[in-house]
Every structure is written in structure tokens, then in C-alpha cells.
Design a protein around this ligand. Sequence first.
Ligand SMILES: O=P(O)(O)OC[C@H]1O[C@H](O[C@H]2O[C@H](CO)[C@@H](O)[C@H](O)[C@H]2O)[C@H](O)[C@@H](O)[C@@H]1O
Length: 374
Amino acid sequence: MTNHESNVVGPDVMLIALAASISNTPLIPNAAVLGELLLHHHHHHHDTSKINNLIDSMRASSPTRTRSSSLANNNNNNASDNQDTINSWMLYHPSALNMFDQIVYNMKGKKIVTFLDYDGTLSPIVADPDKAFMTKKMRGTLKDIARHFPTAIVTGRCRDKVYSFVKLAELYYAGSHGMDIKGPTKSRNPNKGNDKALLCQPASKFLPMIEEVYKILLEKTKCVPGAKVENNKFCLSVHFRCVDEKCWAALAEQVRLVLNEYPKLKLTQGRKVLEIRPTIKWDKGKALQFLLESLGYENSNDVFPIYIGDDRTDEDAFKVLRNRGQGIGILVSRVPKDTEASYTLKDPVEASSKIFLLLLLFNFIRKYFLVLFI
Ligand SMILES: O=P(O)(O)OC[C@H]1O[C@H](O[C@H]2O[C@H](CO)[C@@H](O)[C@H](O)[C@H]2O)[C@H](O)[C@@H](O)[C@@H]1O
């Protein structure tokens, strides 16, 4: 609890005690009623501080705001401070493209497995979540990659929805922030078996609750122009990209109030989106671990997982790779962010397709010039 919160709680507690001590006095409400009123007052304060924290976090997680405000400033000092910050961040998280030699060196002799987030990584961020299409070029590159390495899409989206964008049956899909994992429905390699039977849904008992909250949120957010609630099956997204900043507080309040009634659900945040999910200990990192185990790499030193993502939720996966001391995490971002990823890429689509091409080249060299690598 923060000092701020404890300041709020203190006086309320004292007043409740006072109410109890005067309960026998006529002409004033009894202690139970007074206590109830004060508790309501306390909850209201508590809610207000929770909502304020949420609004602050919605503002802070808006990189375009940071960029545009620093540009609007048009102040040379600020611009050079900004550049210094970017440079020192890049020192710790260099571009994956510039570090390609080192990455290839570390991959030497290992089995590559690729994990890719969808929005902001394979497709550019757009205003309408239903129109976040992937380019044909990206689909072609993904297809090539999947031919050579096991490849998984790990996303906050509903698994079926992301499949309708990617349309490649030879991939693994981990939807709902990894809470809905399914193996390929088409073999990557006709000579090998596949993981058709693979299915993992650790949050299935939350399905009715998520459905219920989805309906409530649809209703409650109607009054906020531009707000959009997306049903991602085992989790929900409340989008505020198209909501005027003046209405963010109203939206945050609606969402917070609904969630107060559902303590088994938690609220996290992505890019201009509030994400509601079950409080189970499962995330994109757990999904990555599960998939590596399913592929037989549980205790293997032979594997080199590559995870590319742009969002806060991808940090759980970057952390797993760091802890395993295996493979690499690549963050797609143009602005400095706190990250566990080792490398960065600036551009969602083009840069990632470049790194894929380099991977393919690496695979080609490994196949035909094996001597150089082993
Ligand atoms: O894990 P991800 O694949 O990155 O999914 C996270 C959220 O992605 C989608 O929202 C984001 O992309 C939208 C389309 O570009 C954009 O309009 C929105 O502002 C972004 O937050 C998806 O719609 C959400 O459900 C996911 O939670």
C-alpha cells in the first residue's frame, strides 16, 4: 500500500471506531449504518486512487504522445537530450540487424524456434483492430520461415481471429495471451509427424465469466465515443485508441467499476488498450515454455528460441528467455522502453521481414556449408 493510500485509509478507520463507540447514543444513526457509510466513503477513495493510477498509466503508455510533445517543443536541447536517451538505450538494446553476425554466431549448431507476436510485430498498428491485416509479403516470408523452423504466433488476440489474419495452417497459435494454444493443423514437413493434437487451454473455466463481463462492458462503454470492446475468448480488450483523451477517465472508471465485481479477473495494459484477463499464473512466457516443452526442448541446450514482440505482455516471454539463458528476445519499438529483450527492431513489418530473410539465408548456409558451422 502506498503512503498516499494509507493516508486515505487512516481517518476512515478512526471514524468507524468512533461510530462504534457512539452506537448507544440516541439521535444519531447507529454504528452499523454509519460504519457502512464510511466504508462506502473509503471504497470510493480507494476506487478513485485506483482509477487515477489507471488513467496515469494510460497516458504514460502512449509513445506517440511522448514523441509528438518532444517534437512540438522544437527545442534543440530537448531534441539532443532525447537523442542521448535513445543512443544510450540502443547501447543496451542494439538493433538486431546491426548485430546479425553475433546472433548468427550464437545460433551456431542450434535448433531455431521462432515466436512472433501479431499486432505491431507482423502487422502495423491501425485504428480498427478488425482491419489489422498482414501484407502478402509478410505471409510469404512467414511461410518460408515455418518451412524451416517451428514457428508460433503468440498474441493477445482470440486464436481464431489471428488465424483469419495469418491463414497459415503449419504454424502453432497461442491466442488470448497464451491461454489458448493449438498445434499446426498441417504438417510443416510432409516426412515428419505434426502436433495436430496439441491443445492447451489453462483458463477454460473462466469462459462463462469472460462472456458475462464482455456483455456488461459492451453496455457500460456505449456512452464513451470511440471505445471498442473486443472479445478475445479467454480475455477481453477495451480499446481507447479512438477515444478522445478527455474521455479516458470516464472509460477507465467504467472498466474499473465493472472489474470491482470480478476479483478473479485482472486488468493489464497494452498499446492504447485495457486488457482484462483471469488472475491465473499464465502469460506469454508460460506459453513459450509450454511450446518449447511440447517440441521436446524442455532441458535442451540445443535450442535457440527467437521471440519478436512489441508489447508489455511480450516482456513475460523475454524474461523467460533471459532466465533460460537461451535464444534472444527482440523488441519492436522506435522509442526507448524498459525491456528484458536483448535486441530491438524499429519497424514492425519491414525490419522483421528482413531478419526473417537473414534467418533463411543462415539456414541455407547451414544446410549447404555445414562444415563452416559445426
Ligand atoms: O499480443 P498482440 O498480438 O500484440 O495483441 C495485443 C492487442 O493487439 C490488438 O490491439 C492492438 O492492435 C490494434 C490494431 O493495430 C490497435 O488498434 C490497438 O490499439 C492495439 O492495442 C488487439 O486488437 C487486442 O485485442 C490485443 O489485446
